[in-house]
Design a protein around this ligand. Structure first.
Ligand SMILES: [Zn+2]
Ligand SMILES: [Zn+2]
Length: 245
């Protein structure tokens, strides 16, 4: 790690004395107080297992070394990524925090997110991605929001995990409104809007986003990366939107 990165990482570590949910003193590892860490909305309930797309399914987890089961949508159209790593459901109070993080960078929150990711990620050997790639925002939205939360998360994860981050996905143009379009038209829309700016052949990529909502963006971005030669793609997000019961 370079000296400037060590400096940035040290500053980041000094900036989280309080739990970002309640302002009580935070634990040094999680960046949250123990009560809030226990209250976060878990994605999995007892008796459930995760599909490769990150949605919970009924059933026990598969034995180690075997592939996870697929939900109906993934059976119909297998995802181009290996798995979605999302520790939490997009629900209260996490949704408020993520919305707040879209407006303004929150180092204390990023620390908590990294702690959650770390508990789920096998980061050793062949399981370790060699490149982190944020989902891009179009520049007009970048200007409006001030920053890309996915890029900031990828940058923080890069510092913490010592995996390089490179924004190799770029948008050609503002993605036209997706409203009222068929699923196929939405996919064409998104695919045409994304391009890859660097040679990624043979790379094992973790695509970083803050929230996976329908999974369409993650699928499309992963497909574009695979089409350009990425050997493996997985998706890391803070939270997964659950379909209504
Ligand atoms: Zn708290
Ligand atoms: Zn699925």
């Amino acid at each position: 790690m370079s000296i400037s990165k060590v400096y940035e990482w040290t500053i980041f570590n000094l900036m989280a004395p309080q739990c970002p949910l309640c302002t009580l003193p935070a634990q040094p590892d999680s960046g949250l107080c123990p009560g809030c860490a226990a209250d976060l909305p878990a994605l999995l309930r007892p008796g459930q297992t995760l599909c490769r797309c990150g949605l919970p399914l009924p059933g026990a987890p598969p034995p180690a070394g075997t592939l996870p089961p697929l939900c109906g949508r993934c059976l119909h159209r297998p995802p181009p990524f290996e798995r979605v790593v999302t520790p939490l459901a997009y629900a209260f109070p996490l949704d408020r925090l993520i919305l707040g993080h879209k407006q303004q960078r929150r180092p204390a929150l990023e620390r908590a997110f990294l702690w959650l990711w770390r508990q789920q990620l096998p980061l050793h050997g062949a399981q370790r991605p060699d490149l982190l790639v944020p989902v891009p925002l179009h520049w007009r939205r970048l200007w409006w929001r001030g920053f890309n939360p996915a890029a900031q998360l990828a940058r923080t994860a890069s510092l913490a995990l010592d995996i390089p981050m490179q924004p190799v996905l770029a948008r050609h143009r503002a993605t036209p409104s997706q409203q009222g379009l068929s699923a196929a038209a939405r996919r064409r829309n998104l695919a045409a809007a994304l391009r890859v700016t660097h040679d990624i052949r043979g790379r094992h990529i973790a695509l970083i986003d803050d929230v996976v909502t329908t999974g369409s963006t993650a699928r499309m971005a992963s497909q574009v990366l695979r089409d350009q030669g990425a050997a493996r793609v997985e998706v890391w997000a803070l939270a997964r939107t659950l379909p209504p019961d």
